[in-house]
Design a protein around this ligand. Structure first.
Ligand code: MGD
Ligand code: MGD
Ligand code: SF4
Ligand code: MO
Length: 734
């Protein structure tokens, strides 16, 4: 029977006649898969494939990588700079000379009238590192505004802040290979099979070779939770309470690694005192995990020979985001699980180059993890760039989530958005819309002209994307990997690198400085600035990176000149005793009192609103929404709702409903599933004018990252399903 069916519909692999394969690194998520893009004899891009010899993905790609080549022919690309006087006028095409000269004049005008910081720059985690470095040089060294940040505040800010508080520096200390060595893995608010499919595959392969417990902490029964040995469906926003309770058990039962704590940390007494407030019985009532399970999990984690913690947005996007990261670090430190194979605290990053921006963009400081607050760092960079160190501010300016309110209050008058789409990605869309409308001058630099923000812009700059450009990305495990140029950007659009260089030429101040003309030239500057730093890349160059299919930092010039080849680069950080980045070399154990400050469900808004991602879509769908092979799996906005809750509200599978919060409303299709609790719903954030119309986005006090995952809503039935379907279609944008 089966044989017969197979004969009737055999799977045919179409020969796309690729003649040349060009090496790149995937441009979606932070896993950093090595990918090759095929072009045919006419130079047309026809396919992508995984690279077998690459340590990260070993030939595999997820659905996004497999169809990534289709991007080069996607609709809605910008091909000409567009300009208009006011946002009620129509755009007119212009040339690059005029576009960049108008832009420089507007920046000068705003800064002269309202002060240097009245012009703000918000970038991304999706440019190439050489582009980040160049944008940083231009913004810090020439434009001189301190209100310069990236969408990484929506994403990795809590991880950065938590690493800095615990270890004295940013920089994830582990790597994917740790899965091969660990005896216990705790995954906090991270759904690897959908968001980091190839990391998940590496984890699964390690578990198949050598079984070890996987403990998943997530309010929702995610795909990863379904694969876990223990799933802790924590009450939203209370991870810190659970962490304190786990530490309570570990410290009270004497399961900690006393020798490691003594040699490597400070603060154990204060931590011990604080966790006494979180005995498992008290904690269970807050975090929703029963006390015996808390004890059981604490013992499994502490008694494992090596144990690791990983986390993603379920932790970072919270009013306790930075504390949640510190809590995971605390758990690793008290059990002696940092810097050893299988023992680590590893932030799974988000965007393809979330790490590159942290290292080199100067967003929250100066290049190479240097601080504005540090006089020597300001002096070093001042000398290298030929900029007076006094020109640099002495402390970090506003984060993205504070830049937007500062526009609202009139403090900031001009904004340059580079590769980010806040109309869909920021919390509280209505507020974001009013903020963008208030600007005197908005520049949007994006690969797509049909992106929401162009409706509010005065100037639109069309940029190349991904493998239309050349340069490097850094992935979750500090691996620097290269993207080679496959094809030209469409029409008159230019690489972001060239756009920054063109703009730089418009400022008089740039005459005393040099801006390398090629990404490889910028990479040489970064190498020089990295020597002797934590993020030492001085042994690398573009060709060696491609040859090795990515190199983890640190990889020094000394290693390179001795002929020592990566991966003896840097698999792990803090492998030696007391080598943390505080002056005394010790990591800090930090007590974490918990204050419940989320918007919570109540009588009027009885559901927790949880938001996140789907495997087939990337962010605001400017790319994956255009590709049939990714869009087809979820072309319209929907909501996961528990069947019991749906029944009590009279909602049927596939019906459209209206979700309402204190901020606004959104229409979504109801999908009934036991993945979510009876008092909770989950809505992906990929759709325009949808879930972020509802979110509150309270900010973490340390990182300023928004709590996207905890808001309260109510659900209304819609009588006119046809009208609702129409409205839902409109939210699709394309
Ligand atoms: N397919 C795909 N992959 C992506 C992306 C994409 O858009 N699409 N984006 C990339 C980027 S930039 C990022 S940042 C990552 C994000 O990767 P993830 O963080 O894995 O993805 P999310 O779905 O945002 O959130 C993860 C989980 O957090 C859980 N969560 C919600 N509230 C809580 C809580 O209070 N506590 C805990 N412990 N968990 C909670 C949610 O239920 C959800 O399952 O993915 C990257 N990879
Ligand atoms: N409710 C809710 N909201 C969220 C989240 C959530 O979990 N829930 N997650 C948050 C997180 S973690 C993140 S990272 C953000 C992401 O939020 P955004 O950064 O706003 O989302 P993207 O769609 O990735 O936007 C990138 C933009 O850059 C453009 N682009 C792509 N490549 C290039 C390039 O090479 N050059 C230029 N110039 N442009 C390019 C794209 O077309 C797109 O418009 O969303 C955040 N918002
Ligand atoms: S796992 Fe991430 S890096 Fe790898 S192919 Fe998929 S989207 Fe690209
Ligand atoms: Mo992100």
């Amino acid at each position: 029977m089966l044989f017969g069916r197979n004969r009737k519909n055999p799977i045919k692999m179409v020969d796309k006649k690729a003649e040349k394969w060009t090496y790149a690194t995937c441009g979606y998520c932070s896993v950093g898969c090595s990918i090759e893009i095929g072009t045919n004899a006419d130079g047309k891009v026809v396919g992508s494939r995984g690279v077998g010899g690459a340590d990260v993905n070993r030939g595999k790609l997820c659905v996004k990588g497999i169809f990534e080549y289709e991007l080069f022919n996607s609709s809605g690309r910008g091909d000409k700079p567009l300009l208009r006087d006011s946002i009620v006028d129509s755009y007119k095409e212009t040339d690059w000379d005029n576009a960049t000269s108008v832009m420089a004049n507007e920046i000068n005008r705003i800064q002269e009238t309202y002060g240097r910081d009245a012009f703000a720059v918000v970038s991304t985690g999706q440019l190439l590192t050489e582009e980040f470095y160049t944008l940083g040089k231009l913004t810090r060294g020439v434009i001189g505004t301190n209100n310069y940040d990236g969408n990484t505040t929506l994403c990795m800010a809590s991880a950065v802040s938590g690493y800095k508080r615990s270890f004295g520096s940013d920089g994830p200390p582990g790597c994917y290979e740790d899965f091969e060595h660990t005896d216990c893995l705790m995954a906090w608010g991270s759904n690897l099979p959908e968001q980091h499919p190839i990391i998940y595959w590496r984890l699964q392969e390690a578990r198949e070779k050598r079984s070890f417990p996987l403990i998943v902490i997530d309010p929702r029964v995610t795909m990863l939770a379904q694969k876990a040995d223990i799933h802790l469906a924590v009450t939203p926003g209370t991870d810190v309470v659970l962490q304190n309770a786990l530490m309570h058990v570990i410290l009270n039962e004497g399961l900690e690694d006393k020798a490691y704590i003594e040699a490597n940390t400070v603060g154990i007494d204060e931590l011990k005192a604080e966790v006494q407030n979180y005995d498992p019985t008290t904690a269970a009532a807050i975090c929703g995990i029963d006390e015996d399970t808390i004890r059981n999990v604490a013992r499994i984690f502490a008694k494992a020979k090596t144990a690791m913690g990983i986390w993603t947005m379920g932790i970072n996007q919270s009013t306790h985001g930075s504390d949640g990261v510190v809590g995971i670090n605390n758990l690793s430190l008290i059990t002696g699980n940092i810097g050893k194979p299988g023992g680590t605290s590893l932030s799974i990053t988000g965007q393809c180059n979330a790490m590159g921006t942290r290292e080199w963009s100067s967003c929250s400081g100066l290049p190479g993890y240097r601080y504005l607050e540090n006089e020597q760092d300001r002096k070093d960079i001042g000398e290298f760039w030929n900029v007076d160190p006094d020109f640099f501010p002495t402390k970090r300016g506003l984060a993205q989530t504070d830049i937007f309110p500062a526009i609202e209050t009139g403090q900031i008058k001009g904004l340059w958005l580079v590769a980010t789409n806040p109309m869909t990605s920021m919390p509280n869309t209505e507020r974001t819309r009013k903020i963008l409308e208030k600007l005197d001058f908005l520049v949007v630099q994006d690969s797509y002209v049909d992106v929401e923000t162009t409706q509010y812009a005065h100037l639109y700059l069309p940029a190349g994307t991904w493998a239309e450009k050349e340069g490097v990305f850094t992935n979750t495990e500090r691996r620097v990997n290269i993207v080679r140029k496959v094809t030209d950007a469409p029409g008159d659009s230019k690489s972001d690198f060239d756009i920054f260089n063109l703009l730089a030429k418009q400022f008089a101040k740039t005459k005393e400085m040099t801006f390398p003309e090629t990404p490889a030239g910028a990479f040489e500057e970064m190498k020089a600035l990295s020597k002797g730093r934590l993020v030492d890349i001085s042994g690398m160059d573009h060709d060696l990176i491609e040859k090795q299919r990515g190199i983890q930092w640190p990889y020094t010039q000394e290693q390179a000149s001795k002929g020592e080849l990566p991966p003896s680069g840097g698999k792990r950080l803090y492998t030696e005793t007391a080598t943390f980045r505080y002056a005394d070399g010790k990591a800090k154990l930090i007590a974490l009192p918990f204050i419940d400050n989320n918007e919570r469900p109540d009588e009027k808004f009885p559901f927790w609103l949880n938001t996140g991602r789907l495997v087939e879509h990337f962010h605001t769908r400017t790319k994956t929404g255009k590709l049939g092979n990714t869009n087809k799996y979820s072309p319209i906005p929907f909501m996961e709702i528990n069947p019991d809750a749906a029944q009590s509200l009279g909602i049927e599978q596939g019906e459209y409903v209206r979700c309402v919060s204190r901020r606004g409303d959104a229409i979504v299709m109801a999908m009934l599933t036991q993945r979510v609790a009876r008092n909770a719903v989950f809505i992906p954030f990929h759709f325009f004018d949808c879930v972020n119309r509802l979110t509150l986005g309270l900010l973490d006090p340390h990182s300023r990252q928004p709590a996207y995952k905890q808001s309260a809503i109510t659900i209304e039935i819609l009588k006119d399903q046809q009208a609702a379907a129409q409205m839902s279609m409109e939210m699709r944008r394309f």
